[in-house]
Ligand binder design. Structure first.
Ligand SMILES: Cc1ncc(COP(=O)(O)O)c(C=O)c1O
Length: 380
């Protein structure tokens, strides 16, 4: 029998719930992907480049023209300047970027601080590198980081802290003050940071996205990770990028070249074309998704769920405390079967059982799907 390197890990809940939704022909609000098409020009560009024969390996760090486009976008939208040759790497998805960044930083025995609830790929990456994940809970209720508690969890073995804003699964967004405090902690304790910013453009109401790259001291210690899949609605294209100082980028690339080596060539070309033609497309997303969030939430106004509008990402949490005391894992399966709407139990994002009764719903869906899902949820 082969001993498992990840004995606690099974098939991810996202695959399980999408399969269950398909089996029961339920509306799938579980996995985080849009059910409506990406911009036609982007899809046409991919077809064009594949047909024209651009189907061989790209340069290891990513197509230079795409890295230039990323640098222009960071300057245009965030006022961040960076060197596309030494600081930007294009990888097959944010997931690989996170994996390579964690692998580059963590030596056997190192401790890594993860803030619970957290995205499910962080912990396995730490474990595979021989590190010890130290899980610190976000505050119950509003999911803000308790910086005092986080600092208390830092030891002489702590090398890395992972942050995620806008946050999956809670939709919480880190403030300017949060990142200022984090900058000071990073300098004081000599830490590295992975900043998962894949939902950077999906921020609502009066909230703003603050990138770790906008804080000088933090930037010097940070691998910032982004996803074209999330920003351009093409999660199946699995393409993302990492921005980090040259020394960190050099180590990240050493790992990337033996994990996947390159991202897909015609996808990179299509993204380059689209970014040149529609440089402000990402700025249209907040209004699109805020409309979807509001449509879903207002259709749930008379349900028995409690909700607090999500500040960012395309996830909305629903609190079912007034309906049931059963486990979220049980209810999300049961309600997929009985009420035809699939969601994700928030407990899977926690190491310790959570104190709240929450399910996560993805609102990156067509309006009629959101209305139908809300109507079915109102029957619970
Ligand atoms: C917080 C977070 N990070 C990373 C990813 C992975 O992004 P990609 O599909 O580009 O690998 C996701 C996808 O759901 C996510 O929610």
């Amino acid at each position: 029998m082969l001993p498992s390197k990840l004995p606690e890990v099974g098939t991810t809940i996202f695959s399980q719930m999408s399969a269950l939704a398909a089996t029961h022909q339920a509306l799938n609000l579980s996995q985080g992907f849009p059910d409506f098409p990406a911009p036609e020009a982007l899809r046409q560009a991919l077809a064009k480049h594949a047909l024209e024969g651009h189907n061989q390996y790209a340069p290891m760090a990513g197509l230079p023209e795409l890295r230039d486009a990323i640098a222009r976008q960071l300057a245009r939208h965030r006022n961040i300047s960076c060197n596309p040759d030494t600081e930007i790497t294009v990888l097959p998805g944010a997931t690989e970027a996170i994996y390579c960044a964690i692998t580059a930083c963590v030596m056997p025995g190192d401790e890594v601080i993860l803030l619970d609830p957290c995205y499910d790929s962080y912990r396995p990456a730490v474990l595979l590198a021989g590190g010890h994940p130290v899980h610190v809970p976000l505050s119950a209720g509003d999911f803000t980081p308790d910086w005092g508690r986080i600092e208390a969890a830092i030891s002489a073995r702590t090398t890395l802290l992972v942050i995620n804003s806008p946050h999956n699964p809670t939709g919480a967004v880190l403030t300017h003050e949060d990142l200022t405090i984090l900058s000071a902690l990073v300098v004081k304790h000599g830490l590295l940071v992975v900043s998962d910013e894949v939902y950077e453009y999906l921020v609502y109401d009066n909230h703003r996205h603050h990138s770790a790259l906008q804080f000088e001291a933090l930037r010097a210690a940070t691998f910032a990770v982004f996803s074209f899949g999330k920003t351009y609605g093409v999660t199946g294209w699995k393409t993302g990028y990492c921005v980090a100082p040259p020394a960190l980028t050099a180590e990240l690339r050493k790992i990337h070249q033996y994990v996947c080596f390159v991202a897909v060539t015609p996808v990179q070309q299509a993204l380059t074309d689209f970014m040149a033609a529609e440089p402000d497309y990402p700025l249209t997303l907040a209004a699109l998704y805020q409309h979807k969030r509001d449509l879903f939430n207002s259709a749930l106004a008379h349900s028995r769920f409690q909700l607090r509008p999500s500040a960012g990402s395309y996830f909305q949490l629903l609190d079912y405390s007034d309906i049931s005391t059963a486990a979220d894992t049980q209810l999300c399966t049961q309600w997929t079967r009985e009420f035809g709407v699939a969601s994700i139990p928030v407990s899977v994002f926690h190491q310790q059982p959570p104190t709240q009764n929450l399910l996560r719903f993805c609102f990156a869906k067509r309006d009629n799907v959101l209305e139908q899902a809300a109507e079915q949820l109102c029957r619970i």
